[in-house]
Write a protein that binds this ligand. Structure first.
Ligand code: GZL
Length: 358
């Protein structure tokens, strides 16, 4: 911030000098545009990303990097936290020393940010939180947040599953679920897990066990293998992201069991979140993932709009929610009713997939 204020001051002084020397335009008016252009500083943004664990994360990183480019007037400093909060805190402290103009933080977990966000606030550097939320005592420690309603994502999947069981006369007591959770303590895991537990409580499903799969394919496969050794009656697998679902499907099929929707006849249903890559949609088209609650990773433009508003001296809205759908190839469920609101299910076809990834 200091660097850019200095640059702006220099512009004014330099411009006044130009006017004094009469070398601006003919009538001695404001300095010519070339003066302002020469010293215009790019906005320096420090981005602390939590890691590279999933397709969603890669798409999220790409969205930020593709937005905060030099040609768009930015200088982006990117730091990968590799799933460790300590690395992210170190990155934020480095950004503060570098006197960046803004900090973007994608926090790996919700807790433990108060001290370092206070340091950023003391350095007068606005912090924009993206994706998962931070749980801080004082919400003035961050300027804005861009992300998803993770509990609503969980409600969409569990409401879809409830409708499925009703339409196919599957008794609640015969729904035997395991949950492959996301990275423990992150808002996406917290919200999606909470809404599964609420549904189990409300509808009487049998929740056999929950274990973290860290949003990765490898861990998702490992956890599913453990579940399959432990339980012989699993018929629904709730995966908290698509990469875990890929791993779970691999583990299930390796035992000779079938992944699909016909849980009344021995198939194992997989439900998931994200819907970022074509792979996930192809699985869903084949019924290998019964439904996917979209989690939209394209935060870049929303964050840029926030920064542009802040640059004008205006205060943007604090919380920004991304628009998200729910996808399924199962055509008998069209609409989900959640808390008096209705959400249409996008019935997947090859054509819709082609359009989405053209
Ligand atoms: C969701 C994000 C989650 C994704 C996973 O906003 O936090 O983390 O669902 C990602 O794919 O790893």
């Amino acid at each position: 911030m200091f660097k850019r204020s200095l640059a702006i001051m220099l512009t004014i002084i330099f411009g006044l000098m130009m006017i004094g020397c009469g070398s601006s335009d003919k009538d001695g008016g404001a300095p010519s545009d070339t003066v302002k252009e020469e010293v215009k500083e790019n906005i320096v943004v420090g981005f602390s990303q939590l890691g590279a664990e999933s397709d969603w994360r890669s798409a999220h990183t790409e969205s930020i990097i593709n937005t905060f480019t030099e040609e768009n007037g930015y200088e982006l400093i990117f730091e990968d936290g590799q799933q460790k909060q300590a690395n992210q805190i170190m990155a934020i402290r480095t950004f503060i020393q570098q006197e960046v103009d803004y900090i973007i933080l994608a926090p790996v977990t919700e807790k433990g940010w108060d001290t370092v966000l206070q340091e950023a606030k003391d350095a007068d550097i606005p912090v924009i939180i993206v994706d998962r939320m931070v749980d801080v005592a004082d919400e003035s420690l961050f300027t804005c947040w861009v992300g998803a309603d993770f509990e609503l994502e969980g409600q969409k999947v569990t409401e879809w599953l409830r409708q499925y069981t009703l339409k196919n006369n599957i008794a609640a007591k015969d729904v035997h679920i395991v949950n492959i959770q996301g990275t423990l303590g992150g808002s996406s895991q917290i919200g999606r897990t909470k809404r599964l537990r609420d549904a189990v409580e409300a509808y009487g499903w049998d929740l056999l066990e929950e274990k973290p799969g860290d949003f990765t394919r490898t861990k998702g496969k490992e956890v599913m293998e453990e579940f399959l050794k432990q339980y012989d009656n699993i018929n629904v697998v709730y995966c908290e992201n698509d990469n875990e679902a890929y791993g779970a499907i691999e583990a299930i099929e390796a035992t000779g069991k079938k992944v699909g929707l016909d849980i009344g006849n021995g198939e194992i249903m997989v439900v998931s979140f994200d819907g970022v890559k074509r792979d996930a949609m192809s699985y869903a088209l084949k019924g290998k993932i019964a439904c996917i609650a979209e989690c939209n990773p394209l935060h870049g433009p929303r964050v840029q709009a926030i920064i542009e508003t802040l640059e004008t001296g205006e205060q943007p809205v604090k919380f920004h929610y991304m628009d998200e759908e729910i996808f399924s190839a199962y055509e008998s469920i069209d609409v989900l009713k959640i808390d008096e609101k209705e959400y249409s299910v996008v019935h997947l076809t090859q054509e819709i997939i082609e359009q989405r990834y053209q």
